[in-house]
Unconditional design. Sequence first.
Length: 684
Amino acid sequence: MTRWRMMRKLIAKSLGAYSSQVAIMRVRYLYARLRHLLSVPRNDENLLLAQYSAYAQQIPLLYFVLLSNTWILAYTFYGVAPVELSFYVPAALTAVCIVRFLEWRKSLSRLPTSDAAFKALSRTNRLASVLSTGFSIWAVSLYPYGDVDAQAQIAFYMAITVIACIFCLMYLRSAALTVAIIVNVVFIAFFGLTGRPPFVAISMNMFLVTIAMMVILMVNYRQLTQLVSARDNAQALISENFKLANLDPLTELPNRRQFFAHLDREFERAKLQGHRLAVGVMDLDGFKPVNDLYGHAVGDALLIEVGRRLRDACGDKLHLARIGGDEFAVIGADFGCERELIAAGNRMCDVLRVPFFLHEATVHISGSIGFAIYPDHAEAALALFERADYALFRSKRNHRGEATIFSSRDSAQIHRDVEIEQALHSADLEKELSVAFQPIIEVETGRTIAFEALARWNSPVLGAVPPGLFIPVAERGGFITKLTCVLIEKALDVAVKWPDDVHLSFNLSAYDIGAAASVVRLVSTVLKSGFNPERIDFEITETAIMKDVKEARETIEILQSLGCGISLDDFGTGYSSLTQLHSLPLTKIKIDRSFVADLHVKPASHKIVRSLLALSRDMGLGCIVEGVETEAELDELRALGCTNVQGYLISPPLSEKAALAFLQKERGPRAFAASANTARALIA
Ligand code: C2E
Ligand code: MG
Ligand code: MG
């Protein structure tokens, strides 16, 4: 029994301790909640600023209502109550309000930081409690001096003023609640304790209305926070969209669209203010092979690093953008003289020459840049960009890895290219195009092993145009495939008349090997011609291969499956990596003529040719040296072990008839009868 009682006691004690702990926790929670409701929220910067600006708009109205109501009440009690109460106290409170109002007006001229807004609103909070206490105590202290009507006016003053103040403080919840609590406590305590039924009823009314006001206040405040957060989300979405539309996601540099918009703006400004404007277009050399060899992830990492280096190199003076895969562009409104522009461009090229140590590999690339300047080179923004692009084209051709400025020579060339393009468009290709044939001989025997087919164009408008001029224009204009088809048909028509051991070398452009449709057309033309495909060597330049190694490889494999040979033309002038060339199924290399001129007196050329010959031997490839013009060069090449040569010394490019005569002279007429028989057999 005693034990049972002890247990009950213990349970009651622990239950009591538990419930008092719960009660303490509840009180703590309520206190924390009240503190939270009565203080300015610090963590949401945007909410703070929104509260600040919403409240700032209500301040004049707040002080107007407060002070006008106060002075109307003061007027009622003037002469009735002591002057301290009817004048000095309201005057002192008014002075505080005016000082505070002027403070606000001063700070409104500038947009506050969230910190400043927090401080200002917290001050308002504190002042709200001081002023509401001050005004409430002042109002109730007038009570003993008035008659019933005047006392009713006090109640009315307090009720109406507190409602107006809560309205004005609607967006500053903490201050509104503070005012509501203080005024209500004073009001209800004072008028409730008077014991006079109308005043007790008014206190009840006041209490109920204030509760309703508080509910409205809380709902309103919640709506404000929701509105601010919705606005923030919309703002974040807008800035994300802006980023997507204007920034390159990889390098985070401005993209092509932003670049041209910026160019238009800067161009208009330069025109209006009469200052110069430079545009630069940069292209990376060797990026595509990195992408093909190591994959897109490495390519992306490389581009990010390129963007970072270029950004550092450009500094503030040049506006940098990524306008394409491996194309970047700059706009410089304040670039100084041309020398400084070139120096800035060269700095951009220099930073790219430093090896890139990426996770997966160390890669080497370079970049070339072309500049054009307004008003020197163009009168419109787009034309300025195109001129810079042309300067880049020249930079890549003649000064790879350097900066170049558009020149008057470029201007003449553009003019000439336009003429060529127009003439090519209206040309009767069948009639105007012809093929010349330059023999390729075996050094040891002097025997012709092949002829290289070289395009000739005799335009009725422009006269004879060399292929070095019209082929690039046709490539850029997108109609090179049409030319290639006409030329190969003509070349094959002639080649079928040659002896069986004489090959045909035919040049293909980058565009011929890049488009599936043109490869198919090429193959069907070869098959239709009756010429043995094994006697055709297609010449492709290094630069054409490097444009897209993957596509080049596919085309080479198709042509090889027919039995055709593939020669790498102008070897040594490109910027390809040996590893990549080695991986392609090539059959021959043609050493560019620039290394051959005077190689017997130029040690550098001598060394290059010697190593290229050794390289071709090591790689198991045939080798032809182009552009042999003198006996001395030929002797030197012979001494170096060169097996095949081509050049003016042996023969210039010949017409169809002259090429046949060349062969007949070398071999006699009987060699031709045999070849005609083979061709007939193949067609059958
Ligand atoms: P390539 O394929 O390297 O052709 C050799 C060029 O060197 C020819 O110029 C030829 O006339 C010239 N040449 C040959 N021997 C000598 C020499 O001893 N000294 C000098 N200084 N030059 C010599 P051509 O005919 O003006 O052709 C220029 C380039 O145009 C060709 O260079 C080739 O890249 C391109 N080309 C010519 N015909 C065609 C074609 O049918 N299709 C394509 N895609 N390109 C062609
Ligand atoms: Mg060639
Ligand atoms: Mg060549």
